[in-house]
Write a new protein. Sequence first.
Length: 81
Amino acid sequence: METFLQNNMLALIVSLVWVLPWKGYALWTASKRNDKIWFIVILIVNTFAILEIFYIFYIVKKNPKDLLRTIKSIFKSKKIN
């Protein structure tokens, strides 16, 4: 197992960078919509972000522009006066 991780560290990092934003946004959306079943399923099932993308674009029915706008608003820094 240790040699597998050493030989495939780049693949592990790339998969984490791909999966974590999708999973985070899908979980955040499910919690805001009070979709308890979807929250639990997304939290437990790992499908390399396929389930998360399905939830975001088909269940929630958001278009990509709304998704980008929401992501920007999440990461927008507050102005300090």
